[in-house]
Design a protein around this ligand. Sequence first.
Ligand SMILES: CC/C=C\C/C=C\C/C=C\C/C=C\C/C=C\C/C=C\CCC(=O)SCCNC(=O)CCNC(=O)[C@H](O)C(C)(C)COP(=O)(O)OP(=O)(O)OC[C@H]1O[C@@H](n2cnc3c(N)ncnc32)[C@H](O)[C@@H]1OP(=O)(O)O
Ligand SMILES: CCCCCCCC/C=C\CCCCCCCC(=O)OC[C@@H](O)COP(=O)(O)O
Length: 354
Amino acid sequence: MGLVQWLKGQFLCHLVICYGFFVSGLLINLLQICTLPLWPINKQLARRINCKLGYSLTSQSVALLEWWSGTEVTLYTDPENYQLYGKENAIVVLNHNFEIDFLCGWTFCERFGVLGASKCLAKKELSYLPVIGWMWYFLEMVFIKRKWEEDKSNFVQSLQNLRDYPENFWFLLHCEGTRFTEEKHRVSMEVAEKKSLPKLKHHLLPRTKGFWVAVQNLRGTVAAVYCCTLNFRNNETPTLWGVLNGEKYHPDLYVRRIPLESIPEDEAECSAWLHKLYQEKDKFQEDYSQTGCFPGPKVTPPRRPWALINWLGWTCLLLYPLCLLLVQLVNSGSILTIMATVAFCAAGGCYWNI
Ligand SMILES: CC/C=C\C/C=C\C/C=C\C/C=C\C/C=C\C/C=C\CCC(=O)SCCNC(=O)CCNC(=O)[C@H](O)C(C)(C)COP(=O)(O)OP(=O)(O)OC[C@H]1O[C@@H](n2cnc3c(N)ncnc32)[C@H](O)[C@@H]1OP(=O)(O)O
Ligand SMILES: CCCCCCCC/C=C\CCCCCCCC(=O)OC[C@@H](O)COP(=O)(O)O
């Protein structure tokens, strides 16, 4: 193992990274709160500012994936459609198998310039996450409790609000509704059997209501559905912990662009359409497991420097007061305080490496 790779696994590096992320996040949350008085005066400006602020936080995790762990996502897609990515609004339908699938999605958002405005249909619990959940509130993320009667009106209203969004956005929908596990797959295939639907091997049965409501409410706003199928080479099982430790992964993403007009308006037909889409996605995954690649030409969209510049900027800005604090601590001459600090760092280091 080289020195750089060894350093990436050290507690102190992780501490600095997490400190930078959370403190900058809190500052960004504070700035977002400051935009509140602007909303009634100039809503579109407030939204644009929040996109930039959102970018400044989200892109730190993208920088971690791209520059720290060195992970590059390979895109399989039609070159004609490639020209449109980032230039239109889209609903992104993505399989939900991996701990870092959202990070791989964000890398593409970054490379196609829609990271600040990217959105998803997320479970309500995520809105309470410190820093990131609070940020999403200002980015008009759509949250659901997954109890349709309670969600219905808020879900529709949140989608309608996006009709005049001032920036191009991608709206991520994990139609499976939860991350894949063998147990969930077993239950889900029982449902498929009851409904006389073909069984899926690599996906859970998609939940169709959310997709239909999103498509209906975003007609005229969104140009297409991007059907995205993600997998990792060599049966990698990527984790956030691995990314933090600088581990490099090898994701492949197959993207098909489907114009929104081609999706049926009737609920039953739209559901049947989505089930068929998942049967196709399942076939792509099966072929991938046999051949190690998806159909279509490969391309790696170029990495942009902004995520790294933003990350380094925040780190330098926030390390400065931390260093001052440490110097003051040493100068204070209080042996007890110094020993308590050293003990805290040592305990953190031991815990981290267990
Ligand atoms: C070039 C481009 C490339 C890449 C870009 C990629 C991405 C980047 C884009 C944006 C990124 C932005 C942000 C991402 C960051 C972080 C967030 C990440 C993840 C968040 C993940 C989540 O939170 S997932 C959980 C929340 N989401 C969902 O649940 C969505 C899916 N669910 C739905 O849509 C549901 O329909 C619903 C919740 C809206 C409503 O559900 P409900 O159950 O009430 O209704 P349904 O009609 O859907 O279902 C009822 C029927 O289901 C049958 N049933 C019962 N059990 C099961 C089962 N186990 N499996 C399947 N079906 C089941 C039941 O029988 C009912 O059938 P009926 O026939 O009776 O209707
Ligand atoms: C420089 C950055 C350093 C820190 C890196 C932090 C990286 C980003 C931090 C937080 C991002 C939080 C995104 C959470 C998205 C998690 C996806 C998720 O939780 O899906 C839930 C879904 O499965 C359904 O779950 P269940 O059906 O309830 O089971």
